[in-house]
Ligand binder design. Structure first.
Ligand SMILES: Nc1ncnc2c1ncn2[C@@H]1O[C@H](COP(=O)(O)OP(=O)(O)OP(=O)(O)O)[C@@H](O)[C@H]1O
Ligand SMILES: [Mg+2]
Length: 347
């Protein structure tokens, strides 16, 4: 387990101990004893069970019981505005769920820019591309192309399109990578089946705990494919000028999907504020305040939750994304959001 993720885990225990000692000092002042007793008991409860600060969205699924594993929670990370941190957040949530929550995780790169693939695979990505490894392109084609001596096309298998990023015991952080010519699928005359990804995941990845999908900033058949595969939507936003320009479009795209797929329960898990100026100082000043007001107003219109933990601007993010934990500065605040997010969706 990496030290940074371990530190995030301890952050929670530190908060619990803090409230425990706050309880002791209150009782020493002799304000009351019954209230302090409750505070002690509550602190111990939090240490062992986690703070019930967020209402868990996790819905029991058919077949949920103590014996049967209910199958993965699938979250797509999306905003139709570019550069807001979708790929960074997908990579870091994947790493956190694997390292600190002990989960079996699959990350999927659904963007031809392949930033998530480059972030998680780092230096091995160029070798992987040179060796023509299997990607999300093959998932949408539903077959493996011929290789020298392979005897023509082959049936698609999960192993052929999955890259191992981290492993511990029988748990893995796997990735279905992307590549630049993925966008060709959009220009082809025959539109790919938007249900193909959901079918592929339900056939091959039922035993995973978590599937995270990094979406492209433009709406396409792949956005619909991500919705078909997902339980939840996570929306990163930068508190800047025109921050919410993509929100109405996203709300409409989700509403259209829900209208056409009434049996599919998909929910916005929430909006996360990312790249929110520098930590401390005037906290972004009037520019951020204006953007936050518009974000709050838009979220209230659509009934979207806003996560309380914000991620500030830090040069540590690209480093953390590729698993380099040597010096990450304020990017370490990410782990407190990750904790809040996974508590919220009940993972
Ligand atoms: N909190 C942050 N502080 C500093 N830099 C950040 C932060 N979050 C993301 N970045 C940087 O901003 C750039 C865009 O982030 P990222 O690629 O994750 O956004 P994106 O929404 O996936 O973009 P696109 O829409 O192009 O897919 C990257 O260089 C990333 O390292
Ligand atoms: Mg991206």
């Amino acid at each position: 387990m990496d030290l940074i993720a371990l530190d995030a885990q301890f952050h929670h225990e530190r908060q619990c101990l803090r409230s425990f000692f706050r309880g002791i000092s209150r009782s020493r002042n002799g304000q009351q004893s019954l209230g302090a007793m409750w505070l002690f008991l509550y602190s111990f409860y939090c240490c062992w069970h986690g703070t019930p600060d967020a209402v868990s969205l996790r819905k029991p699924k058919l077949g949920d019981n103590e014996m049967a594993k209910p199958g993965p929670i699938t979250v797509c990370v999306i905003n139709l505005k570019g550069g807001v941190g979708k790929s960074t957040i997908t990579a870091l949530l994947s790493r956190y769920a694997f390292n600190s929550r002990g989960k079996d995780v699959l990350a999927i790169d659904l963007d031809p820019q392949a930033n998530l693939s480059q972030g998680l695979m780092h230096q091995s990505y160029s070798t992987f591309i040179a060796q023509q490894g299997g990607t999300i392109v093959e998932v949408f084609n539903d077959f493996l192309p011929p290789k020298p001596g392979s005897g023509g096309t082959q049936p698609l298998t999960a192993d052929a399109v999955t890259e191992l990023i981290l492993e511990s015991g029988d748990r893995r952080l796997d990735l279905i990578p992307s590549r630049f010519d993925f966008s060709d699928a959009l220009t082809n005359a025959v539109r790919p089946d938007p249900r193909i990804l959901a079918k592929f995941l339900s056939k091959n990845f039922k035993s995973k705990d978590l599937i995270l999908i990094d979406c492209a900033p433009t709406e396409s058949v792949f956005t619909t494919a991500a919705y078909h595969a997902s339980d939840y939507v996570l929306i990163p936003v930068r508190p800047e000028f025109f921050a919410t320009i993509g929100f109405p479009l996203l709300a409409e795209s989700l509403a259209n999907f829900q209208r056409r797929n009434k049996a599919h329960a998909i929910e916005v898990a929430g909006v996360v504020i990312n790249n929110a100026f520098y930590h401390g100082g005037n906290d972004g000043g009037p520019e951020k305040a204006r953007a936050m007001a518009s974000i709050k107003q838009e979220c209230a219109t659509h009934g979207w939750h806003i996560f309380s933990k914000q991620m500030y601007h830090s040069r540590g993010y690209p480093k953390l994304m590729r698993g380099d934990y040597r010096y990450s500065g304020d990017a370490n605040l990410f782990w407190t959001f990750a904790q809040e997010f996974f508590d919220h969706i009940g993972l």
